[in-house]
Design a protein. Structure first.
Length: 223
C-alpha cells in the first residue's frame, strides 16, 4: 500500500478526485494518509469530513520546520504539492523523488504560473491546444522530470469556466496516471501505450486503470 500526503492551499479538487477514485477502486493499493494546508481552505475541511488526518500549519521558506517535521514523521511514499508556495531546499532535498506537482500547462510552456493563469495566457495567445503536466518537484520552479501529460483542444469562444472545468478534469486523470505510474511495482510486462484518448483528452503515457466509472455523476460528486 502506497501512502499519499496532499499539500493544499485551495479547494482540494485534485485531492477529492484521488480520494474518490481510491474509494471506488479506480486506483488500487493507495491511501491518502493526510492533508496538510497552509491556510483554512476547502481542502482541509473536506479532509476532516472524510476522516482523513489533517493539519493546518504556517509555512514559508523562512519558517519550514513545521512542514518538514510533519512530513518526516508521516514518511509518505508520495507528496502531492497542491500548495501555493515554493518549497524550500531542505524539503525538496529530503523528499525530492516523492514530490509530485500538477501544472496546468504543457511544460515547459507557462512555467511559474498557477491556477487558471496558464490557461488564460494560452487563450490570449489563441492557442488551440492546452494541457497539464505531472512532474517531479525540484528547486527550480516547474522544471522537474515529467511523469505524465494530458492535452485537449480549446478555443477562445468557449467561456473560460467551461474550458477550466475541462482542463481540471484532464488534470485529475493525468495526476491519477502519474500516481499510478509511480506507485506501480516493477514489471517485466509490456510498457504502456504512448497515449490514450480518455474523455476527450489525450493522456501520455496511456493510463492502465479503468476510466469508465468517471462519468458525469462522478464529476458532479466532486463539487
Amino acid at each position: 500500500m502506497k501512502r499519499i500526503v496532499f499539500l493544499c492551499s485551495g479547494g482540494g479538487g485534485n485531492f477529492r478526485f484521488i480520494k474518490r477514485s481510491i474509494d471506488l477502486g479506480v486506483l488500487s493499493n493507495l491511501s491518502v494518509d493526510a492533508v496538510i494546508a497552509d491556510r483554512d481552505c476547502a481542502a482541509i475541511r473536506y479532509a476532516a469530513s472524510e476522516g482523513v488526518a489533517n493539519h493546518l500549519i504556517a509555512y514559508s521558506q523562512k519558517e519550514p520546520s513545521r512542514l518538514y517535521d510533519l512530513l518526516d514523521g508521516i514518511n509518505p511514499d508520495l507528496v502531492i504539492t497542491n500548495i501555493h508556495k515554493i518549497l524550500d531546499h531542505r524539503i525538496v532535498s529530503r523528499f525530492n523523488d516523492r514530490l509530485v506537482n500538477l501544472h496546468y500547462s504543457l511544460l515547459p510552456a507557462y512555467k511559474g504560473l498557477i491556477g487558471a493563469e496558464p490557461l488564460k495566457r494560452a487563450l490570449q495567445l489563441d492557442s488551440r491546444i492546452v494541457g497539464t503536466t505531472a512532474h517531479h518537484v525540484v528547486e527550480e520552479v516547474d522544471a522537474g522530470k515529467i511523469i505524465s501529460q494530458s492535452a485537449l483542444a480549446v478555443d477562445s469562444a468557449t467561456p473560460l469556466e467551461v474550458s477550466m472545468d475541462r482542463l481540471f478534469r484532464s488534470g485529475c486523470i493525468n495526476l491519477a496516471n502519474a500516481i499510478d505510474i509511480l506507485a506501480a511495482a516493477p514489471t517485466s510486462g509490456q510498457p504502456a501505450a504512448p497515449f490514450a484518448l480518455v474523455q476527450s483528452t489525450f493522456i501520455s503515457p496511456a493510463p492502465r486503470f479503468q476510466t469508465e466509472i468517471l462519468d458525469e455523476e462522478f464529476w458532479q460528486s466532486l463539487r
